[in-house]
Structures are given as C-alpha cells and as structure tokens.
Design a protein around this ligand. Structure first.
Ligand code: FMN
Length: 190
C-alpha cells in the first residue's frame, strides 16, 4: 500500500478506456464502499447511496443509455450506438454515487450534496489505495431522466458521479495544478 500522503499528492484520474481488469474482488468492493460511506454527513442523513455495475450488468445498463441516445439521435451510426452501449463497460467496475439530498428542516441541501461529493472522492482515493486507478465522471446520461429511471433512481435522486475503477495500462502524465498562491489566501483583519 502506498504511503497515504504520497498517494494524495500524486493521484491522477485514468480514463475509463485505460482501466483494465481484473477489477476489485468482492472483499475489495466492500472496502471501497466502507470507505466511501465514512464521510462527513451533517445530521447523519446518509444523503447518498451506491449502485454497483459489474460484468454483464454493465452492458444491461448500457441498453438504457442506448435507448435514450437513439431517441435523441434516431439516425446515429451503428458505431456510435455501440460506443453508447459500452459506456459503463469500459472499466471492470463502475460505482454510481447517487445523491439523495433534499429539503430538510435543519440541514441545508447544499451540505447534503457536498457529502455525496465527499463519498465519491473517498471512493476514488480508496480505489487508488488498493492499487487500482479510478475516474470520477458523469457524462450526458447522468442527466437523462429516462436513463436515471432505468437505473432505479427516484425523482429526487441525482448522479454525483460514475466512479470507474480498474488497473491502469500505463502511468499517467500529470496535469497542471493551480498555484497555491492563486487559490489560498490568509485572512487578515483590516
Ligand atoms: C462531478 C464531476 C463530474 C465529472 N465529469 C466528468 C466527465 O463527464 N468527463 C470528464 O472527462 N471528466 C469529468 N470530471 C473530471 C474528472 O473526474 C477528473 O477530475 C479530470 O479528468 C482531471 O483528472 P485528475 O483527477 O487527474 O485531476 C468530473 C469531475 C467531477 C468532480
């Protein structure tokens, strides 16, 4: 296992198409979910849940994506349709993080949404800590109501992300990061 700080300082997303198998074992998936559900959660509302896509189920979910795609683009070329069918089958494991944020007497909805983001990021980091790589993406189908219905999301639920997990085919190149001097300021009273 990598040193935690080294992992946090060097982690990079790997594109879903570059995430190969074998994917995490059942025990490792349980570890991923355990870590992802151990996030700050004001009011203990558990404003998120997870959907696991593995094996053939990834292509079954792809059928819903294809149906939505075809209704938008009835004349789409077969290769484009196939690419849509494969959306959730690029990596060996995809875990959807579903936000269940909603109005509450005490806890702002915004804080519930942030908790789902924390769950997604913890999932990504746990995958990397286990020696896999991950990619947190949404893509168009995360916002398509017919796809969400087919995946079993209630009307008040939203996709925080589809976290793709697998083994990287090559080490990633880094990308530019914002200089800390531009994003962090020290507060001082006038
Ligand atoms: C909520 C959310 C949704 C995202 N959706 C996409 C997406 O649909 N497609 C994409 O290329 N990157 C998406 N990203 C960005 C990637 O997760 C990732 O941050 C980016 O590729 C940069 O990689 P890095 O993690 O190595 O900095 C999303 C990020 C967030 C936080």
């Amino acid at each position: 296992m990598q040193d935690a700080l080294q992992l946090l300082k060097t982690r990079r997303s790997i594109k879903p198409v570059e995430l190969g198998g074998p994917g995490p074992t059942a025990a490792e998936i349980e570890t991923l979910l355990t870590v992802a559900s151990r996030v700050p959660d004001h009011g203990k509302l558990v404003p998120w849940r997870f959907i696991i896509f593995e094996g053939e189920a990834r292509l079954a979910a792809g059928e819903a994506i294809v149906a939505a795609f075809r209704s938008k683009y009835p004349d789409a070329k077969p290769e484009h349709v196939e690419a849509e069918r494969n959306r959730l089958a690029r990596a060996p494991l995809v875990i959807a993080v579903v936000s269940r944020a909603g109005p509450h007497v005490k806890i702002p909805e915004w804080e519930q949404v942030l908790s789902a983001g924390a769950a997604a990021m913890s999932l990504v980091l746990a995958a990397h800590a286990l020696g896999y790589a991950a990619s947190w993406i949404t893509e168009w189908y995360a916002y398509d109501r017919s796809v969400l219905d087919a995946l079993g999301l209630a009307p008040n639920e939203r996709i925080a992300g589809f976290v793709h997990v697998g083994r990287p085919s090559a080490p990633p190149e880094d990308r530019p990061r914002p200089p800390l001097s531009e994003i962090a300021t020290r507060f001082s009273s006038r």
